[in-house]
Design a protein around this ligand. Structure first.
Ligand SMILES: Nc1ncnc2c1ncn2[C@@H]1O[C@H](COP(=O)(O)OP(=O)(O)OP(=O)(O)O)[C@@H](O)[C@H]1O
Ligand SMILES: [Mg+2]
Length: 365
């Protein structure tokens, strides 16, 4: 069992940290890249790219990666190469995300101790909590908070994180093939929380609705406190619409994007088809909020929706009413400085690029 792979960030000392860096987010249906430049105290979006593959709509097993831990390495590397050719970034150094649905992220409690002792205790706990042989997992941890136990003893709450070595190996191959230098890998949830930059000033439930999975996380003041995942995402909505209306997945996808939950008359049917899928995600959100309340003694106070699925027309109103939480907003492009001509497209970019931006920001910490 390897420990502290995320802080193989020590390697970054060997990179010249000036100039720009790429945040690369390989999702199941798309690759997103944000190139970020630091100037003084401000960050600038120097460049970005979003490549969506549509082939997975007709052939779901052609997603770039699937929940069954299989990344299609060759495809991902080729797509990445194509994108880099197009966007011509000024750097080949990147921070890349590991999807939440292949990671194990769980808060654990233990007595307060020194960091090296905590590492040992975490490795021990991980054996109980992670259903893989220790030799096949890379572990890391972060301290969430210190607190007093019921007998007044000093305790700490730790976020245990584990990624199968096989996944790390696959990602390394993808980036090597695409000639990208990886400074660090990071679980996407941590990147997303960093990108929220101040929007989570109270306990916040953030829901990142992707193609094959939805990442549900709770954070406060930039600290990730809980991470849940559900195997439901936009592609299942598209498939259900296609099946029920007897149209191709391409057509169903188009209908879904154009009408969302807002259809009237004959189109009411569309929202009737979509809502059951949203309800599964909402049910998992409720579960996450309850678990957090038991652990932290308070309930999430606001909701942020992101990911491609958050573009669904009418989704905000539906989630707010079902979860009974006010809607918060992630800061516009995570407070980056950006070219004014991006403004009209900004909302869609916010939903797409937050993870990639959060990754890149890590580089300059
Ligand atoms: N305007 C829209 N209305 C409804 N759904 C949309 C819209 N735009 C994109 N989507 C959906 O968003 C999903 C893709 O989201 P995203 O790009 O966040 O996924 P991903 O990061 O590739 O996947 P994952 O996070 O599951 O690995 C697709 O299912 C797509 O149908
Ligand atoms: Mg995603």
């Amino acid at each position: 069992m390897k420990l502290g792979f995320l802080d193989f960030f020590g390697d970054i000392a060997n990179f010249l940290r000036g100039g720009s860096v790429l945040g690369v987010d390989i999702g199941t249906s798309s690759i997103k890249i944000a190139e970020i430049l630091k100037k003084g105290d401000s960050f600038r979006l120097a460049n970005y790219g979003i490549l969506e593959t549509k082939s997975y709509l007709e052939h779901p097993n052609q997603a770039i990666q699937t929940s069954s831990l299989r990344i299609v390495e060759k495809d991902a590397a080729e797509l990445l190469k194509t994108m880099l050719r197009e966007i011509k970034p000024k750097t080949r150094t990147a921070i890349a995300s590991i999807p939440a649905f292949v990671s194990f992220v769980t808060p654990i409690e233990m007595p307060l101790m020194k960091p090296d002792e905590t590492s040992k205790a975490v490795a021990f706990e991980a054996r109980q909590l992670i259903p893989l042989p220790p030799s096949e997992v890379t572990l890391d941890w972060l301290k969430i908070e210190e607190f007093q136990g019921s007998r007044g003893q000093s305790m700490q709450r730790i976020l245990l994180m584990g990624v199968p070595n096989e996944i790390v190996r696959k990602y390394k191959t993808i980036f090597k093939t695409a000639d990208v230098k990886i400074a660090a890998f990071e679980i996407e949830s941590l990147a997303l929380v960093r990108a929220l930059a101040g929007a989570d000033n109270v306990l916040t439930l953030s829901v990142d609705i992707g193609a094959e999975a939805t990442n549900i996380l709770v954070s406060e003041n930039g600290v990730l406190k809980y991470n849940g995942v559900t195997d439901y995402g936009g592609i299942y909505i598209t498939q259900a619409v296609g099946r029920s209306l007897g149209v191709s997945s391409m057509r169903a996808e188009e209908l879904k994007r154009r009408r969302g939950l807002t259809g009237t008359g004959g189109e009411m049917e569309l929202s009737t088809l979509i809502v059951p899928f949203l309800d599964v995600i909402i049910q998992e959100c409720r579960h996450v909020v309850d678990v957090c309340e038991r652990r932290y003694g308070k309930r999430a106070e606001k909701l942020i929706l992101t990911g491609g699925g958050a573009n669904l027309l009418g989704i905000e109103k539906y989630f707010v009413s079902q979860l009974n939480l006010p809607l918060g907003q992630a800061p516009q492009l995570s407070n980056l400085v950006y070219e004014p001509d991006l403004e009209p497209a900004r909302k869609g970019l916010d939903n797409a690029l937050l993870v990639a931006i959060g990754l890149a920001k890590r580089y300059f910490k």
